[in-house]
Design a protein around this ligand. Structure first.
Ligand code: AMP
Ligand code: MG
Length: 420
């Protein structure tokens, strides 16, 4: 890895992604598997549904016996038995007979269709009513009507979900239905998080001259948690090599999968993260041609991947979005690594300095697409313009001015629900 080289965002990102691998598999209880990524395919041991059953409350019959049935010409059937969900009837439905059956109950032998209760002379779902001896059927049905056949959804022996599949509520439901109580998923990345700088004081402390509160540790921990990964706080290191080394050692002890630090990676006299990594790691210090967030360090510290973010709060958060987020997603097993992207029409003129620029913006839906307005001051220390934003609009590299009406790409950092 080269040092002090200007890289494009694309080059830097592909080097970061080449340096991390999906974490190994672990088995978790199904109830804890939401949001995790499958580390092995799931093959159905059983069919779903596991047996043919009724999709309606009604009467199980032989479809051919209903051929003549019509509204003005009902046909009478002898009712053999009542089949509740969860039971199996030991009757055989023969010519001219029917079995009252509830939704989800197993089809009795001999029957190949269900007539919904609405199409009979029996009252609507009246559980108190005893089983009638006969029932009048007002319509004809075809074989298979209102029957959910075995394996209609999933056939035993078939692969249902592949490695890399993200477990949303619907996948959790499928796994539960198939009896998969323990799920093989990629391990959650454990991310050692370090803030650096002699100017930092804790959030609970009163302000002191020249000091600022350590906001990065909180913001990056929140970014890590949003990804379903686990932040491991390594605290704050002062601008001394020994202190940085000491804090990173805590991370090694706790076997973190990735180090993320903020500040200390630019060209200031006290930028000690850089010094430590040059001595004890394998590191490229880069200037990435992006705004905000020029300095970025990537490499490894004693074999553990390391991403050093800039110190300015917005630069740190945007660099996290661009580089750390995809890296953590790759480690967690996701195949989709980037935020969703839309084309937006810019509503105002914006100037840039030729670096690939990430403009904090509000993206709104319009009748024919999306439009974007910036959220105000774009200084790399102005967190409130990120607070107001739901997107980062990208001004491509080499462009110094974009006119209102220009179509640009926007990374959606939030996709708010529709307000009615
Ligand atoms: P540096 O990268 O050390 O030159 O820091 C750049 C800017 O980010 C300086 O204004 C720092 O005070 C600020 N900064 C560094 N670390 C933090 C932090 N953890 N929280 C808030 N601001 C920070
Ligand atoms: Mg500093």
């Amino acid at each position: 890895m080269s040092t002090q080289e200007d890289l494009t965002v694309e080059q830097a990102l592909s080097m970061v992604l080449a340096g991390v691998e999906p974490l190994p598999s672990e088995d978790v209880p199904l109830a804890d598997a939401l949001g995790r990524v499958l580390a092995a395919p799931i093959v159905a041991r059983d069919s779903l549904p596991p047996f043919a059953n009724s999709s309606m409350d009604g009467y199980a019959v032989r479809a051919e016996d209903t051929e003549e049935a019509a509204n003005n010409k009902p046909v009478s059937f002898n009712v053999l038995t009542d089949i509740a969900a969860g039971t199996v009837a030991d009757v055989v439905v023969t010519q001219g007979t029917a079995a009252r059956i509830m939704t989800g109950a197993a089809m009795p032998q001999g029957a190949d269709a269900v007539v919904p209760v609405e199409d009979t002379n029996e009252p609507w779902r009246d559980s108190a009513r005893r089983l009638p001896e006969t029932v009048l059927i007002h319509r004809s049905v075809q074989p298979g009507d209102y029957v959910r056949p075995i394996g209609e959804d999933i056939e035993a022996g078939h692969q249902v979900l592949d490695t890399g599949h993200v477990l949303r509520p619907q996948e959790i439901g499928v796994l539960a239905a198939l009896g998969v109580s323990i799920v093989p998923v990629h391990r959650r990345p454990r991310v050692g998080l370090l803030a650096t700088g002699d100017e930092l004081i804790a959030v609970e402390q009163p302000l002191q001259p020249g000091k600022i509160r350590n906001s990065n540790s909180y913001a990056q921990a929140a970014q890590i948690m949003t990804l379903g990964a686990e932040p491991i706080s390594l605290g704050v290191a002062g601008d001394r090599e020994s202190d940085v080394r000491h804090k990173l050692a805590l991370g090694l002890e706790q076997e973190v999968d990735l180090f993320v630090s903020s500040a200390g990676v630019s060209v200031g006299a006290y930028d000690v993260v850089k010094a430590v990594l040059e001595k004890e790691g394998n590191i490229g210090f880069w200037r990435v041609r992006m705004r905000p967030g020029k300095p970025l360090a990537f490499g490894d510290y004693h074999g553990v991947p390391y991403l050093g973010l800039p110190g300015n709060p917005v630069s740190a958060m945007v660099s996290f979005e661009r580089f750390v987020r995809p890296a953590i997603r790759k480690m967690a097993g996701f195949s989709g690594l980037d935020r969703p992207e839309v084309s937006v029409v810019l509503k105002e003129e914006i100037t840039s300095d030729g670096r690939e620029t990430y403009v904090r913006a509000v993206v709104r839906r319009t009748a024919d697409g999306y439009e974007a307005v910036s959220t105000g001051s774009q200084g790399s220390n102005i967190l409130t313009s990120l607070v107001k934003a739901n997107a980062l609009v990208i001004i491509p590299k080499g462009v110094r001015q974009v006119e209102a009406g220009t179509v640009l790409r926007a990374l959606m950092i939030d996709w708010p629900e529709t307000v009615f």
